[in-house]
Design a protein around this ligand. Sequence first.
Ligand SMILES: C[S@@+](CC[C@H](N)C(=O)[O-])C[C@H]1O[C@@H](n2cnc3c(N)ncnc32)[C@H](O)[C@@H]1O
Length: 279
Amino acid sequence: MNAQEALTAVPREPFVPDQIFVRDEHGWLVPLRRTDDPERWREQVAADDAIVTRTAFDPAIPRELCDATTGRGVEATSSSSAPYIMARVIDALELRPGMRVLEIGTGTGYNAAVLAHLLGPENVISIEIDEVAAQHARRALEVAGYPVQVITGNGEEGHPQGAPYDRIVATASAHTVPIAWVEQVRPAGMILVPWAPTFHPDWPLCRLIVRPGGIAEGRFVGPSPFMPLRDQPVTPRAMQEAEERWIEAGRPDCTRYGVTVTPAGQHVWLDSPGNPIAS
Ligand SMILES: C[S@@+](CC[C@H](N)C(=O)[O-])C[C@H]1O[C@@H](n2cnc3c(N)ncnc32)[C@H](O)[C@@H]1O
């Protein structure tokens, strides 16, 4: 069964909270409650787009300018990812029966349910940093018949109690691969992580294969925009500078880039590990 078939088999609706957030005519995120406008709520659930489910004030905006009622200064902190991107990421995992997966970023629990549909709930563990989101996901997974273990905590630490995993997949973007992930994946296993646009504007998906000795290496396989891990934000200025460097380099396709992670650090390279780039 491929990812698209699993997505079709698992309905999204039970995982989407009654209150979601949509952009108003000014671009601010405002609440949309299922009870207030069930038709619009269902349209959002049926669309092949991300749905914002949790928000907070953007720390970069002075607090006195923020207003939760108008959505001014509010940013997304959790979402149900766009199904077409979920399919891309799940297919890239190259899952086989019996594999054990650790997901970083449970969000609504929908992606964990799709993974559980493919592998069995006993083979999926998911970590969520937001206690409210974790609680919602745990309940939704239970009710939907996919009792995945949902851990509340910082996914950058992984979950050593369940290691080794065949796969670790992040559903939030990173620019630095935590060494804990490398340590918790078995040799020849895979770490799949959407990369923040620190060297290429497309938010490329990084596919790392773990080797003995605490090393992981691999290439980028295509665009996969995800909100960042909580402790790995990227400023608009850093994104702009990265894009300028990429243009200067002749706009290489993201598949020409790769990354090597070792206990001593990581480096992103172009074409081969011997050609590191500054980022
Ligand atoms: C795009 S959402 C995940 C979508 C989710 N997989 C789903 O199916 O709904 C990203 C999630 O990562 C969570 N997150 C961010 N930083 C995290 C961290 N360090 N550890 C665990 N979760 C984190 C956010 O709270 C958010 O819920």
